[in-house]
Write a protein that binds this ligand. Structure first.
Ligand SMILES: Nc1ncnc2c1ncn2[C@@H]1O[C@H](COP(=O)(O)OP(=O)(O)OP(=O)(O)O)[C@@H](O)[C@H]1O
Ligand SMILES: [Mg+2]
Length: 271
């Protein structure tokens, strides 16, 4: 069971050719980072998985189903399997944290998949469990999103996404605009959730530093296609100029431990 892109083409009008035959497969349980310049089609790629966009040509497979051929009703099942996490916390301000996190557990798609509605006690148990996974205290449950910090809102948003137990987590720029400490915390959270919940994650990002820290593989989009796809060690060693450019600053700031973990020699030493 996995996600696979098969020769996906997507244009917006005659001049905007965005994806031009993109093919890749996400391995079960891995964290795949998609990097690339602004406007290259990273978000467009994610949107194809949940059927928000349809390709002009090609297929997108999720768990053996070509989602480009599904109708809205069948798509609801795919969306249930795929938790989307947006750059900004997508919380409903008029609902408490508890109501926000439990939101997805009350939708018809979710209850139909269980073939019965959950009792309030069951919902509460799931909410508390997810809250603890994202390391939030239960005292925030009755607060409203505007009453908690931005970092906490991101965690609540993540708890809401994981509450219905998705098989895939799709992150679109989860750390853009965050301070370094919150960035580290969110990265650590993505890593831990992916491993503990055993979900398969795709993280769209600009941040090479995050990618090196938590990715299993890194995919770089450029000019409508995949310029590079490899693991972290392959990424730091590639001679591909655009990737060297993305890497330049990040490599400068690596600690000696990180350099050795990525198979790089000591800084300044001859290669
Ligand atoms: N629905 C749409 N209609 C028309 N053009 C679109 C649509 N969605 C995306 N595009 C265009 O497709 C291109 C790729 O957009 P996309 O949002 O995937 O970029 P991105 O790689 O995620 O960039 P960023 O890093 O800035 O988020 C952009 O030029 C964008 O304007
Ligand atoms: Mg984007």
């Amino acid at each position: 069971m996995s996600i696979r892109f098969d020769e996906v083409h997507k244009s917006f009008g005659p001049k905007k050719r965005i994806l031009q035959g993109v093919s890749f497969e996400v391995k079960t349980g891995e964290i795949l980072f998609i990097l690339g310049r602004s406007g290259v089609g990273k978000s467009v790629t994610l949107k194809h998985i949940v059927g928000v966009l349809k390709p002009d040509r090609g297929a997108v497979w999720v768990d053996g189903q070509d989602v480009t051929k599904l109708d809205e009703l069948e798509m609801a099942d795919i969306r249930r399997k795929c938790g989307m996490v947006f750059q900004h916390p997508a919380l409903l301000d008029s609902l408490t944290v508890y109501e926000n996190v439990s939101f997805g557990l009350r939708t018809p798609q979710y209850t139909q998949s269980l073939q019965r509605p959950l009792t309030e006690a069951e919902i509460r148990k799931i909410v508390l469990e997810k809250l603890s996974l994202v390391q939030l205290p239960s005292k925030v449950l009755e607060r409203y999103p505007t009453e908690i910090s931005y970092g906490m809102q991101k965690r609540v948003s993540l708890a809401r996404t994981i509450a219905p137990g998705p098989d895939y987590l799709l992150f679109d720029e989860p750390t853009t605009g965050l301070d370094p400490i919150t960035t580290n915390a969110v990265n650590e959270l993505i890593f831990r959730l992916s491993r503990e919940l055993k979900v398969t994650s795709i993280v769209v990002s600009h941040d090479m530093n995050c990618a090196l820290k938590i990715a299993d593989r890194i995919l770089v989009l450029e000019g409508g296609n995949i310029l590079f796809l490899g693991d972290v060690q392959e990424t730091v060693r590639t001679k591909e100029p655009l990737i060297r450019e993305f890497l330049a600053e990040t490599l400068e700031l690596l600690t000696p431990e990180e350099r050795s973990r990525y198979g790089l020699g000591e800084k300044g030493a001859k290669k």
